[in-house]
Design a protein around this ligand. Structure first.
Ligand code: BES
Ligand code: ZN
Ligand code: ZN
Length: 483
């Protein structure tokens, strides 16, 4: 969709539909609009349209004005307005207009300026909402919303905000594509191809294959890859937009998680193609950061492999030697995410990073605790935890902190190795994080569990069914604030 800015009034804009944002109750019906529009809107208010959040109503515009139609979009109660509500309105308006076959839309921005919310939030919602995954459908619906004109005075702030919204939404859609692609096509090698598409004079990509990982001593990562014919890849992206120690992002990249010998039940197993959503988010962040040439040093690490059973697969009870030197008794081969992330953390620590954030679809227990509404967060650095919480509010990719009590250490004691990879049924979300904590040690680190939020079964205003691309906007938000 093409986005432009035009400093003209809504009534003078020749478009298929003029989008008008309205609060519930209609207390501020289109203050600056011409009388013909105002009286028309007043007629439908409280009968056909009430202004509830994400409610839409498309009507013919009066003949005296240039737009063909008016799209009324509800924002809910005025005292509860937020950037998120505007983002949702953007997604709802854009997808609705597309479904109605509208091609050229315009947005009246007077109300947004009054609220001190950037129209970029609306654009962000629209671009995210219009995403669809087309790879395997030949005769996809051809309807598309071609352009959105923002009726506003152009300013450096607005163009900058739009540029950022376009880069970030593109990165989210890039991540969604990776996650939606089934495991037969989204293999570790294919992730390398996607990572390589980001290469530039500032961004380098290094890839370790099975032999190289073995030589380094990544026994924990390789224990997961053992059952699979598909080659594992340990992928390291280095974006150097500034000097100094890097900020490391680790994304769990299990391209398919069958559970391994501790096989998962078959019902719903097809979903386990999304077990690389953490890696996709990390690639998304690097894409946005490098497209916008941000002055930061970010390293992304994607330990990528399948987790399959087979004649050479790891068996429950096997002991692996991790890159950190710690030995791990693998009680359950389905707790594989922590095994690949543990080696990635050890690898990251060799770079003496400023901090590490790992993002992973790590536990079913995360879904049980928080449902689909929040990312579970645990870590050892108060400043980083608080900054992520703030970014969660900014982006509405909300995080909820869970504890890392030292008592959880007990849960992971093994009789024969330094640690075991599961802590029992109770506290599955926190013991998984505690396992990673044992590898992070005192390096500033935060773990994000996105098992409940990386996938949605239903369409949301700016997130269509399927991969959500979660984590990309959240982590981008914290990075853009880094010095
Ligand atoms: N990839 C799964 C976690 C998961 C579950 C993600 C549901 C998304 C939706 C992970 O590798 C896993 O299987 N975890 C096990 C751990 C258990 C064996 C301790 C789990 O949560 O059941
Ligand atoms: Zn698993
Ligand atoms: Zn998994």
């Amino acid at each position: 969709m093409n986005i432009t800015i035009k400093n003209i009034r809504g009534e003078d804009c020749a478009c298929d539909a003029l989008i008008c944002l309205l609060f519930e109750g209609g207390s501020e019906v289109l203050k600056k609009m011409p009388q013909a529009i105002v009286s028309l809107v007043k007629q439908v208010f409280s009968k056909e349209f009430s202004g509830k959040q994400n409610e839409v109503f498309l009507m013919r515009a009066p003949d005296s004005v240039k737009p063909g139609r008016l799209l009324l979009v509800g924002l809910g109660k005025k005292d509860q307005i937020s950037a998120e509500k505007i983002r949702q309105a953007g997604g709802r308006a854009a997808t609705y207009l597309r479904s109605m076959g509208v091609k050229k839309a315009a947005l009246s921005t007077d109300l947004l300026y009054g609220l001190k919310i950037s129209p970029a939030a609306f654009v962000e919602g629209a671009l995210l909402g219009l995403y669809n995954y087309k790879r395997y459908k030949k005769d996809e619906d051809k309807k598309s919303l071609e352009s959105l004109t923002l009726l506003a005075k152009s300013s450096a702030e607005l163009t900058e905000g739009l540029k950022r919204a376009e880069a970030v939404t593109k990165a989210v859609c890039f991540a969604r594509d990776l996650v939606n692609t089934p495991a037969n096509d989204m293999t570790p090698t294919e992730i390398v191809r996607s990572a390589s598409s980001l290469r530039s004079n500032k961004l380098s990509v290094r890839v370790l294959d099975r032999a190289a990982a073995k030589k380094l001593g990544m026994g924990s990562f390789l224990a997961v890859a053992k059952g699979s014919k598909e080659e594992p890849r340990f992928i390291v992206l280095d974006y150097k937009g500034a000097a100094g120690a890097p900020f490391v992002l680790i994304g769990k990249s299990i391209t398919f998680d069958s559970g391994g010998i501790s096989l998962k039940p078959s019902e719903g197993m097809e979903k386990m193609k999304y077990d690389m959503a953490g890696g996709a988010a990390v690639l998304g962040v690097l894409k946005a950061v490098s497209d916008l040439r941000l002055p930061v040093h970010i390293v992304g690490i994607l330990p990528a492999t399948e987790n399959l059973p087979g004649g050479s697969a790891t068996k429950p009870g096997d002991v692996a030697k991790s890159l950190s030197g710690k030995t791990i008794e693998i009680i359950n081969t389905d707790a594989e995410g922590r095994l690949v992330v543990a080696d990635a953390i050890a690898y990251a620590k060799r770079m003496k990073p400023k901090a590490i954030i790992d993002i992973a679809t790590l536990t079913g227990a995360c879904l049980i605790a928080l449902g689909n509404e929040a990312i579970a967060m645990m870590g050892n650095d108060r400043k980083l935890l608080d900054a992520l919480k703030k970014s969660g509010e900014n982006t509405y990719e909300r995080v909820w902190e869970m504890p890392l009590f030292e008592e959880y250490k007990e849960y992971l004691k093994s009789d024969i190795a330094d640690i075991k990879n599961i802590g029992g049924r109770n506290g599955g979300l926190v013991t998984a994080a505690y396992f990673l904590y044992e590898f992070a040690g005192d390096t500033p680190w935060v773990h994000l569990d996105i098992a409940g939020t990386a996938w949605t079964e239903k369409d949301k205003p700016y997130t269509p069914k399927g991969a959500t691309g979660i984590g990309t906007r959240l982590i981008f938000d914290i990075i853009k604030g880094l010095k």
